[in-house]
Ligand binder design. Structure first.
Ligand code: NAG
Ligand code: NAG
Ligand code: NAG
Ligand code: NAG
Ligand code: NAG
Ligand code: NAG
Ligand code: NAG
Ligand code: NAG
Ligand code: NAG
Ligand code: NAG
Ligand code: NAG
Length: 516
């Protein structure tokens, strides 16, 4: 039986001075300045290739936490998230039909320099919903087309076309120069190799047209980026009809070196201006992909590269960062964003802050480990619940950012479903730490008058994404609609508030979704 507590929003409205209520611009009843139709798999996942079995388990021993968490997402949108087994380890993989699921060759310091996998590897994918599409990332780094051919052939055989979203060659090939490629390796070299390989592979394996996901570049697309969606399109990468999707990666902060490690702080991350200004860098890339009729995705992302940062990306703050990043990305017409789940790999950087192990930014820890303790959802998991409920299950929703320049730390998104205003997401990124005093808490609260959007005689429902504070690390204290999801199932009594008088309050470091 579903336990449901309906709370009448019992704010002391009399105490709210009119001046404290934030004036929102009028939100149009029909889509205005809105995105494309949102893909129900907007909130998708990338899982480090060599760690997929840790997350998925296998047929005889499926990872039940992963299964339960994925079912939470499926339940909200009607489809599973896309899964991309990929990342830096993909460029040193080799498929061998005689191999067991996974065989690592590790360096003395624990870095993985080669992964051999066999048919049983694919068993890990059965834990994800059958409707989850798979992005197949194959080895480009080794520069041996036969490796890529064998990997694609195996994926087609063991995953099947009905589940394959796209084929991807390599991971972050803009970082190959001076490593697996000569130091002169440039955009035009990538484009030439992409065209050569996709033509050989398409012929050899009779691949469908428009099946490749191109790019997967790491560098932010500033003027110094070695290669971008824009540069490879200019070079003719789309001239042969092989491409379905363009992909670039986004990592706003990093612990790969001390200078960037120093600024990867919660106050810098959880900042609406920083988040939007950063994603705005991709606008020309998104536009270039759309101009040639292709989707643009962020094929791998998180807040802090080189596996995140302790006390930053393992806090509830990461949930707020995720919610704002993904909703804003959707507004910019990014079709899907693949949140990376992984592990620290020694080969990422020789001066990084982290040592090997699962990443500090993972949405969940799939198995028990010394460093992280018991398997459980991390405090950021609830963000994927807010996002999937914002997207909904109709396959006909659109989103827009409603600007509130007088409150720079407030992010308000309108969601129209089947062309009518249906949901409003409000993220209050003002900091409310666990140790905040009552005065500090009060100063961070915002009030919004939504009564204009609530039809006469009907009531709006409110679900909150909340925690004791921005820096909370205890998943059992982090809630969505009053319930925590530490072990993948909703725990506690569901709390759905009713917005009787139309006045919504949102605490600092809290997100809400209003259902009109
Ligand atoms: C499935 O996983 C279990 C537990 O990790 C392991 O013992 C078993 O060998 C795996 N089976 C296959 C076919 O890889
Ligand atoms: C797999 O094993 C078979 C039978 O032992 C052998 O003929 C084949 O060469 C092996 N394939 C690879 C790629 O090792
Ligand atoms: C390619 O793979 C082979 C076999 O695993 C390995 O010896 C070689 O070092 C790899 N080359 C690169 C550039 O990764
Ligand atoms: C595809 O490549 C494989 C291995 O390189 C080769 O044996 C096979 O004949 C090729 N098939 C076609 C149709 O080109
Ligand atoms: C993030 O925001 C803070 C506060 O506005 C600012 O001081 C900082 O420079 C920003 N960081 C980056 C990397 O944009
Ligand atoms: C994170 O916080 C814990 C306890 O609060 C502390 O022991 C640890 O040193 C902190 N880690 C970093 C990287 O600041
Ligand atoms: C997103 O796509 C829609 C529909 O094509 C378009 O109207 C809108 O301007 C685009 N948004 C951005 C930020 O480019
Ligand atoms: C669309 O929304 C963006 C972001 O809030 C804003 O900068 C832009 O002015 C809006 N455009 C229109 C036509 O309303
Ligand atoms: C909240 O905690 C963070 C991280 O410990 C700290 O940097 C920040 O100054 C605190 N903010 C407030 C408003 O207390
Ligand atoms: C909220 O807006 C409605 C309609 O615009 C208005 O009648 C009402 O007085 C407002 N409430 C408050 C508390 O300002
Ligand atoms: C998860 O936790 C809840 C509440 O503590 C419990 O009822 C449920 O059995 C647990 N589920 C699993 C799969 O461990």
């Amino acid at each position: 039986m579903k336990r449901l507590a309906v709370f009448i929003c019992s704010l002391p409205v009399v105490l709210i001075r009119a001046a404290q209520i934030i004036d929102l611009p009028t939100i149009s009843p029909s889509p205005k300045n809105a995105s494309r139709i949102l893909d129900r798999s907007l909130a998708s996942l990338s899982i480090e290739f060599s760690y997929l079995p840790s997350f998925g388990g296998n047929l005889s021993s499926p990872n039940l936490l992963t299964k339960a968490l994925m079912e939470q997402l499926l339940k909200r949108t009607g489809v599973g998230p896309d899964i991309r087994p990929g990342g830096i380890t993909a460029d040193s993989t080799q498929f061998n039909p005689n191999a067991s699921a996974l065989e690592f060759d590790e360096s003395p310091s624990g870095g993985i320099w080669r992964t051999t996998y066999g048919p049983a590897y694919y068993e890990s994918l059965s834990v994800f919903p059958i409707s989850s599409k798979i992005v197949v990332d194959v080895n480009l780094g080794n520069n041996t087309v036969q490796f890529a051919r064998d990997e694609i052939q195996a994926a087609v055989r063991y995953i099947g076309w009905d589940r394959i979203r796209a084929l991807e060659l390599g991971n972050e090939p803009d970082h190959f120069a001076g490593g697996s490629r000569p130091s002169t390796w440039a955009s035009s070299d990538y484009t030439a190799q992409f065209l050569g390989w996709t033509s050989v592979l398409s012929r050899n394996l009779s691949l469908p047209h428009d099946i490749f996901q191109a790019g997967s570049f790491a560098e932010d697309p500033t003027s110094t980026a070695p290669m971008t969606t824009v540069s490879i399109i200019e070079e003719g990468v789309d001239s042969t009809g092989a491409i379905k999707i363009f992909s670039q990666h986004t990592y706003q902060y990093s612990t790969c070196d001390p200078a960037r490690d120093a600024i990867a702080t919660l106050p810098n991350l959880i900042n609406h201006q920083n988040i939007t200004a950063y994603l705005d860098l991709w606008k020309p890339q998104i536009a270039a992909a759309h101009a040639v009729g292709k989707e643009f995705v962020v094929g791998e992302y998180s807040s802090v590269s080189c596996s995140g940062k302790q006390n930053v990306t393992d806090t509830f703050g990461q949930a707020l960062w995720l919610a704002d990043t993904v909703l804003y990305g959707a507004f910019l017409n990014i079709s899907r964003m693949y949140l990376h789940q992984g592990a620290t790999l020694v080969l990422q950087s020789n001066q990084q802050a982290n040592s090997p192990g699962f990443s500090w930014y993972d949405l969940w820890y799939p198995v028990e480990t010394d460093r992280y303790g018991a398997a459980r959802a991390s405090p950021s998991f609830v963000a994927y619940l807010l996002i999937t409920e914002a997207v909904g299950s109709s396959g006909k929703s659109q989103i827009s950012l409603i600007p509130t320049p007088s409150h720079p730390q407030l992010a308000v998104y309108a969601i129209w479903d089947q062309s009518s205003l249906s949901r409003i997401a409000v993220l209050n990124l003002a900091i409310r730490n666990v140790t905040a005093s009552d005065e500090e808490k009060e100063a961070a609260v915002v009030y919004i008058n939504l009564s204009d959007y609530i039809e006469e005689g009907s009531t709006a429902k409110v679900k909150r994404m909340s925690a004791p504070g921005l820096d909370s690390k205890d998943s059992s204290a982090v809630t969505w609609a009053g319930q925590s999801y530490e072990n993948g199932t909703a725990s506690g009594v569901e709390v759905v508030e009713t917005l009787e008088d139309g006045i919504l309050s949102v605490q600092g470091s809290e997100g809400v979704l209003v259902f009109l």
